[in-house]
Design a protein around this ligand. Structure first.
Ligand SMILES: Nc1ncnc2c1ncn2[C@@H]1O[C@H](COP(=O)(O)OP(=O)(O)OP(=O)(O)O)[C@@H](O)[C@H]1O
Ligand SMILES: [Mg+2]
Length: 306
């Protein structure tokens, strides 16, 4: 297996150490520069507001169970779209159908007006959809940095296995890959633990690492499946801040999140699913007042609905 800098080479500590010495202001400035480094080739804001992804009457059935039932909605470039609904509503199934994990029983997913059809998962990654998982999936034995380097590779190679087995790259190319991965770790705020194995990272770091790895594929659309699950309120707020920064940097974000208060605070629009059907769509203020949504969430403590 090829690993950046050789199997046991220490990660160059200079950058991390430098950041730790910075004042909050210097850090903010530095991170703005880092954001440029992270995805230099990405076209941003070119046609902000146009439809990026469209679900057209998407249906996914598991045997007799209809997990998604003729669901249609679209995601506009540059927005943060919330996807909410009670447990089992079909939110994760939606991600799975969009990213090629499940084949739709009927209906279509279109990215930039082109149907994804039967495109395989890695192809969909290359086309520009990246995701994180409700249950964290990282390469446990790889360092944080290596996890991101592999993520970046997923964009170019045919499979992650291919990425792992690939021949050593030229030194310069490899250094660039490591620099970019490091910049991404800084961007999500976990560069101080870059050299640690993913399995040894604190839970919150693992969640952020998943985001960094997804960003490494330079996606047009970043799909986050309950990225703040298990976080305390302060950690959730911080993560929502990061999601806003990601959007401000030109990405489009689809966010599944259970905490209604957070969803209302961070999203531009919201789509609500219940029992596999779309029951509402609108800006947060509309969703908050929507009787069908209120009914779907009856029994949820007031704190979560506020
Ligand atoms: N692979 C599968 N095989 C069979 N049923 C499945 C499968 N995946 C999901 N389901 C079912 O589809 C329905 C929707 O599940 P899904 O995971 O999409 O819900 P969700 O909205 O993400 O819920 P949660 O908030 O609990 O994560 C559920 O009834 C679930 O049990
Ligand atoms: Mg789910």
């Amino acid at each position: 297996m090829t690993q950046p800098g050789g199997a046991d080479a220490p990660i160059e500590g200079g950058l991390v150490a430098e950041v730790e010495q910075m004042s909050a202001e210097e850090r903010a400035e530095h991170f703005a520069e880092v954001a440029e480094v992270v995805a230099p080739d990405r076209e941003i804001s070119v046609d902000m507001g146009q439809t990026l992804l469209e679900l057209d009457e998407l249906t996914v059935q598991f045997g007799g169970l209809v997990a998604l039932d003729h669901v249609s909605f679209s995601i506009k470039r540059g927005e943060i779209l919330g996807l909410i609904g009670p447990n089992g509503a079909g939110k994760t199934t939606c991600f799975n159908a969009m990213t090629g994990v499940y084949r739709p029983t009927s209906g279509r997913v279109l990215l930039e007006d082109k149907p994804l059809g039967k495109a395989a998962r890695h192809k969909i990654t290359q086309l520009g959809i990246a995701r994180t998982f409700q249950n964290i999936r990282l390469f446990a034995e790889m360092t944080a940095l290596e996890n991101v380097v592999v993520g970046a590779d997923a964009r170019h190679s045919t499979s992650v296995v291919g990425a792992l087995l690939r021949l050593p790259k030229h030194h310069k190319e490899e250094k660039e890959a490591v620099d970019r991965a490091m910049a991404l770790l800084e961007f999500v705020g976990i560069a101080d633990r870059a050299a640690e194995k993913a399995k040894n990272l604190p839970y919150g770091y693992q969640r952020r690492l998943e985001i960094a790895r997804a960003l490494a594929t330079e996606p047009k659309l970043l799909c986050l499946d309950e990225p703040a699950a298990g976080f305390n309120p302060a950690e959730k707020e911080e993560l929502m801040g990061l999601i806003r920064t990601i959007r401000d940097d030109g990405y489009t974000v689809l966010l599944i999140e259970h905490d209604m208060k957070l969803v209302m605070g961070v999203t531009d629009r919201i789509v609500v699913l219940e029992f596999g059907k779309k029951i509402a769509e609108g800006v947060p203020a509309e969703i908050r007042e929507n009787p069908a949504v209120i009914a779907a969430y009856l029994g949820v403590p007031d704190d979560d609905v506020a």
